[in-house]
Design a protein around this ligand. Structure first.
Ligand SMILES: NC(=O)c1ccc[n+]([C@@H]2O[C@H](COP(=O)([O-])OP(=O)(O)OC[C@H]3O[C@@H](n4cnc5c(N)ncnc54)[C@H](OP(=O)(O)O)[C@@H]3O)[C@@H](O)[C@H]2O)c1
Length: 290
């Protein structure tokens, strides 16, 4: 589809897969919005995207997914600056060796990878629906298979024991379950919701001291075998721009094709429960969203 006149918001787009996704959609003519937590890095990324895509229609919104107040402000900023939103790419994410908390006290992997994007999407949903046909793309991972015990709702905050890989796996399973539940809720509106595994991609992921010990070592060892960020962004760009995926929803994509999801990722009951639990958690800290 032509991206002229379309507004695309990409979270965590100052680097890595998000940055390359921004270059890809901007080059096709979209108004491209980089939603990032660090103003300096975001400004540098905007300059890079403008130069590489050959357009000035690239903008920055401040967004820290570890702070729900920042999520609310970012949604308000987007509402006030653009009267449509055709594509939302929930790309930002991370993995942390040690248990840390978001500003509102949620375990950070769950908070940044799921709860923040959940709130952001809800706050932008009316605008997305009004812009239909529109698309929501959630960056998941093959790592969702590591959540072999499912969402473990009694253990969402990893309070008793924190296992980084399991927490990451569950947050990436949450990205698929969220896509599944949301796609049902907006089915009649012409909005599609899909999840993506970008591949093993050589980015800054886990490289800035967030992963320690054996996990940090393993992350470094696999780097020579990983694909470039530009290749890793291809599936996101395909889902954001291609007419071939028009109307396709509630799917999990790998290399721009349907991929293999875990049994838990097919579980509608877990998807509905995750939605309800997420709403309760947000309401418990004063961030109930429509
Ligand atoms: N790389 C892979 O092999 C791989 C594989 C499967 C899935 N994925 C998924 O792909 C997505 C992008 O990852 P990547 O590889 O491109 O990683 P990356 O290079 O580390 O980029 C991650 C982005 O997320 C942002 N971010 C982190 N915490 C944030 C917060 N609290 N608020 C707002 N933004 C935040 C980062 O901002 P800063 O620059 O400010 O830290 C950065 O822009 C992630 O969702 C990841 O789970 C990656």
């Amino acid at each position: 589809m032509s991206m002229q006149g379309k507004v695309v918001v990409i979270t965590g787009s100052n680097i890595g897969i998000g940055l390359e996704t921004a270059v890809g959609v901007a080059a096709q003519g979209a108004t491209t919005v980089l939603a990032c937590r660090n103003a300096e890095k975001a400004a540098a990324a905007a300059t890079e995207v403008k130069g590489r895509a050959g357009t000035d229609d690239v903008h920055v919104v401040s967004l820290d997914l570890a702070d729900l107040e920042s999520v609310r402000d970012a949604a308000a900023d987007i509402h006030s600056r653009w009267d449509r939103l055709d594509v939302l790419v929930n790309n930002a994410g991370g993995t942390w060796s040690e248990r840390q908390l978001t500003r509102q006290g949620f375990e950070q992997t769950f908070g940044v990878n799921h709860l923040g994007p959940f709130l952001l999407t809800k706050l932008l949903l009316e605008r997305i629906v009004a812009s239909a046909p529109a698309r929501i793309i959630n960056l998941s991972s093959v790592g969702h298979h590591m959540a072999w015990r499912g969402m473990r709702f009694e253990h969402l905050q990893s309070e008793k024991r924190y296992a980084a890989m399991e927490a990451y796996g569950r947050s990436k399973l949450a990205n698929i379950l969220f896509s599944r539940e949301l796609s049902k809720r907006v089915a009649a509106s012409g909005v599609t919701v899909n999840a993506v595994h970008p591949g093993p991609v050589r980015t800054g992921f886990g490289m800035d001291g967030d992963l320690k010990g054996i996990m940090g070592w393993g992350n470094k060892m696999i780097r020579p075998f990983e694909i470039s960020a530009a290749s890793g962004a291809r599936t996101s760009i395909h889902l954001a721009t291609s007419p071939d995926v028009e109307g396709k929803t509630a799917m999990y994509w790998v290399r721009s094709k349907p991929g293999h999801m875990s049994t838990h990722a097919h579980n509608d009951e877990q998807a509905t429960r995750l939605w309800e639990e997420s709403e309760k958690l947000l309401a418990s800290v004063g961030f109930a969203a429509p």
